[in-house]
Structures are given as C-alpha cells and as structure tokens.
Design a protein around this ligand. Sequence first.
Ligand code: ZN
Ligand code: MN
Length: 264
Amino acid sequence: MIAESVLMAELSWPEFARRIDGGAPVFIPVGATEQHGRHLPLGVDAVIPGWICAEVAKECGGMVAPAIAYGNRSQPRSGGGPAFPGTINITATTFAWLLRDIITELYRHGARHMVVINGHYENVWPSVEGIELALDRIGRDPTSGLKILRIDHWELVRPETLARVFPDGYPGIELEHASLIETSIMLKLRPELVALSEVLNDGPARFKPYDSFPGLVAEVPPSGVLSETRGSSAEKGEWLLADVVERVRRVVSEEFGQGTTGAS
Ligand code: ZN
Ligand code: MN
C-alpha cells in the first residue's frame, strides 16, 4: 500500500504534503559507495542508516528522504581509501552542498523536524557543514520551529553492548571499517549479501598516527578490512541495531515532543 510507505520516494506529492502538514519528521540517511572488504557489498554505509531511518520513521509517523548514497572521500585509515575498485569518492564540498540543498528544500516545503543519520565515518564533519550551510541560507531564528538532529549511528550503541560485542576490547570506530560491527549488522539485515567465505583475516591494520599524501597507504590490509571480522554474528548485529533504534526513537520523541505522530 503506497499510502503506508515511509519512503518519500514512494509517496505522491499530496501525501507528502499531508504528512508534512501533520508535523512528520523527515529522516535523511547519508552513507557512501565504498569498498567494504571482499565479503560485504559497496553499499553498506547507506544500507545501515537507511534501515534505521525507516524503522524509526514507521513508529513516529516520519518520512525517509532518498539517501545520499555517495560519501566524502574514503581515507586509508578509516575506509581503506580510494585504491579499491568501486569506491566512489565525492569531495567534502560537494557532499556538504548536496546535504545543504536537500535540507533547504525540505524546509521550503514545510518540514521543520529533520534527522540526518550518518553511516560513513568520513561524512561526520561534512554533514555538520551541510547543516550549517543550510542554516546560513534559512536563518537561525528559533521561532521558525526548525530543528535538525545529526546522528552517527555507532555513537548510540551503549557501552555495555560494545563490551558484549567486543569481549577483548573495542578497537574504535575508524578501524571498525568492514569489520565486526558492519559485518554483524549486515548479517542481521541482508545476510544474502554477506560472503563470509571470502574473508581473508589479514587485519588488523597497524597505522601510523598520521596521514601521508599523496598515494596509497601500505598498511591497509589487502582485503580492505581494517580490523577483524572474527566473531561477527547476526545476533550481535541485532544487539547493536536494537540499541541504536531505541535511542533514536527516544531522542526523536524528546527533541520533537508530541508532534512526531503527524502521519497516519
Ligand atoms: Zn562502512
Ligand atoms: Mn565508510
């Protein structure tokens, strides 16, 4: 049933307008098209926030805008870098202006509550910049009712859950690229896209604590996996996602109040 979809791309304009009039928050997933080892698809960073957005939107009467599925440049120490086939880098400037334009247009159509959910490490600051650029255009008048939240999904996992997922210690999110967190989440969400038999176990990477330009970094493991996939499971993926969805839900209700049940 089209009318029940939370995906903006599946709604007619009158249905979009009806939901915006009802105060529906708009979720904007931002990710990347980037190598994720030999065992995961290129779209991981967009698939995960897209799923989280849809899950929360269903419950709070929200809508999900089409994702930004290209990310700010992959870097060797956090994504393996540009040397891997299929990694499509866009500049921070392009990314920020794209997000700025999307937010500005949603605002023009009446959206006042927006949630940007990010799945790609290198998008962190460019997404902040995109929001700031939108505010430069729209203005920062508190009476406009505009409120934009920005979330990196991995930040919402509880420390207790990280301790359960990583009994030997959490390596940190930069090194987690294509590793246990993303592999476990994909095993939960899209197991048919995960090829564990392709894993090389050639990590973890041992990076110097600085970047060197130009060129490829020799310390990137050949597989593109920066840490380890060992110990990944759909069950761990479920724990991680449950934390994030519950927290986003709570944040949306606290930040946007009762106005979040506009649709339906
Ligand atoms: Zn990723
Ligand atoms: Mn990434």
